[in-house]
Design a protein around this ligand. Sequence first.
Ligand code: MEV
Length: 337
Amino acid sequence: MTVSSAPGKVYLFGEHAVVYGEPAVPCAIERRATVTVEPRDDDHVRVVAEDLTLDGFTVEYSGSTDSGPDVDVPRPLVQAAMGYIDAAVDQARDAADAPDAGFDITVESAIPLGAGLGSSAAVVVAGIDAATRALGVDLDPEEIADRAYRAEHEVQDGQASRADTFASAMGGAVRVEGDDCRAVDAPALPFVVGFDGGAGDTGELVAGVRALREKYDFAADTVEAIGDIVREGETLLAEADPESEPSEDLLDALGELMDFNHGLLEALGVSSRSLDSLVWAARSGDAYGAKLTGAGGGGCIVALDPTDETQTALQYTPGCVDAFRAELATTGVRAED
Ligand code: MEV
């Protein structure tokens, strides 16, 4: 039996625009998905995931989830989760040169699915690590990040960036621009997350931005403007001391850029009434800045606040089902066995 975990993430800046080659800065957070893998004697895959969706699920199949005869996954979120797990299994089989390997897989996750915290990337990253190790192959985190990206790319119809999977595999704050992925030295930022209990369909939201960008010049300009915000933010981070508490000036400046970034995401049509209401609740709770994180449509916002005020304000906001402080996860994918 092999067990691996990988962290979720929040976007400090740059989601969506990163799909078109602009830079983004996602940060891994201490909310992890854990995947346990036991090789089987046949080529079947059995997946048990009690907490990945509201009521959990168990699925067993042979072949792939697209074509397997004994698969019945009627619920969209379960379907989405199974797409990612199946793609991770394919990557592990390919890495270990074992096309017929079968597995019993258990997924446990503290990251809500489709909520902008990188749950699918964390499950794919941890899944590839656990399944390859179960087959006697050790991949380094860069290769896991690359294979996890290929898995996400396939599931999201060729519309994924490397950002979520690289952050989850490597941990810490990272910078992604096209194929160029690297760690960023950043001080421990005081992230607060608010969750509206909803989920967005990443593939659909990315396709929506693509269509808008093709139809309107303003949308293409908005994507570029998000890139400018990321570059401003990077300069601020580069000037900060990564070993010290972030200064008030730094939080002020980063927060302002987060607010701009949220406004631009809203213009691209990926926010929602409840995400906007959490963003405004965080701002009135004294956050330095707040924005949605991830694909949008529903799910989570991220705010900057070293005090408890934003978390408390979010907790009392109608429509907020959870608010918590998110520590930077300095370790990415890791073995837990
Ligand atoms: C989703 O967490 C982030 C997006 O930028 C898509 C991607 O980068 O693959 C919306």
